[in-house]
Design a binder for this molecule. Structure first.
Ligand code: PHE
Length: 349
């Protein structure tokens, strides 16, 4: 009988060794260890043995059973780990393969300029405010000391939607809005950048363009003066265009400021020596500015005897052109990806 058991063991181990997959292995398991398996049969025949032989044979059967069981388990592990290995090999990702690039848009140069200006003025204590692009005649002109029929309206050929509504021709409309909002009492330091519209279209003008407006109002005893205006604009221009820029104030006329000035910046290309950009004058006209007209203060709720201040306005497109050396304003609105892409690099600087 012991011989028979050893024989079973030998064959079983051989079959386990030769099993090619989990299914065959499972069949082997059933064949030897199952209820009707060969070893079980042997155990059943134990009754015929003498009492002395029984424990010996019983022990041997258990030993063999354990061994077969262990071998089957080992083999199972082997199959499983092979399967896993295969799976891993099949499913590996080649991380050295270049990915598909997601195309990102880039910030428009005018928006870059707006952000830079806003950051600068916020650092000087200004609020950033907004106003509507569809504006009323009242805010765009009347409240800025430009009554209907005023000849200075001719300087700003407008797109009227109705007799009352128009596309704002200047961000100065936001001066009136801010003053009214502050209710004639609080001091004001605001900056407002946005789109403006006029009926003109040529190499240096577009019917839509950007402006930025600044307004500072405070009590008379705070003495917000022309010197403050000049100092502020100097910081502004030097930060944005170049630290060696100088400013020149020329007397001018705006209905909402008195006195009014056109502000020129020394040519950053030739440093004032004279070149094609500045038409040999050494200066480039950049801003309009002045001391807020008493009528404007009064019309918008501030007592001109108690309050005073300055205002300035400038074109964003021109600033962007100067800053980045863009030769033609129309590039800014042509939506040419090749042009816009060049400014991506600016983010890294
Ligand atoms: N709004 C004026 C323009 O568009 C510029 C300006 C703003 C002038 C504020 C003086 C003060 O030309």
């Amino acid at each position: 009988m012991q011989e028979q058991i050893n024989k079973i063991k030998e064959i079983a181990l051989q079959e386990i060794k030769e099993a090619k997959d989990l299914k065959i292995l499972n069949d082997v398991k059933v064949k030897y260890l199952g209820k009707k398996g060969e070893l079980t049969q042997v155990l059943r025949g134990m009754g015929e043995l003498s009492p002395e032989e029984r424990p010996i044979v019983g022990g041997l059967v258990n030993e063999v059973r354990d061994e077969i069981e262990n071998k089957i388990e080992e083999k199972e592990e082997e199959f499983k780990s092979n399967e896993m290995k295969e799976k891993l090999e099949k499913e590996t990702i080649d991380i050295s393969l270049p990915g598909t690039k997601v195309k990102r848009g880039s910030k428009h140069p005018v928006n870059r300029v707006i952000e830079e200006i806003e950051d600068l003025f916020v650092s000087m204590g200004y609020d950033v405010v907004e106003g509507p692009e569809l504006e009323t005649d009242e805010y765009c002109f009347e409240r800025l000391n430009l009554p209907k029929g005023h000849p200075a309206r001719d300087m700003q050929d407008s797109f009227y939607i109705t007799s009352e509504y128009l596309l704002r021709t200047q961000t100065s409309a936001v001066q009136a809005r801010t003053m009214l909002e502050k209710g004639g009492k609080e001091p004001i330091r605001m900056i407002c950048a946005g789109k403006t519209y006029r009926r003109e279209d040529d190499a240096t003008h577009s019917h839509q363009f950007g402006q930025v407006e600044g307004l500072v109002i405070d009590k008379k005893d705070k003495n917000v003066s022309l010197a403050d205006l000049k100092g502020t604009l100097e910081v502004f221009v030097r930060k944005l265009i170049g630290k060696n820029c100088n400013l020149r104030f020329r007397p001018s006329y705006f209905p909402f400021t008195e006195p009014s000035y056109e502000v020129d910046v020394s040519c950053f290309k030739c440093e004032g020596k004279g070149c094609s950009l500045c038409k040999q004058t050494g200066w480039i006209e950049v801003l309009g500015a002045g001391i807020v007209h008493p009528n404007v203060l009064e019309m918008n709720g501030y007592d001109p005897k108690e309050y005073g201040g300055f205002a300035f306005g400038t074109g964003l497109d021109r600033l962007a052109m100067f800053k980045y050396g863009i030769p033609d304003m129309r590039y800014l609105y042509a939506n040419d990806i090749r042009f816009l892409k060049q400014f991506d690099r600016k983010d890294e600087e």
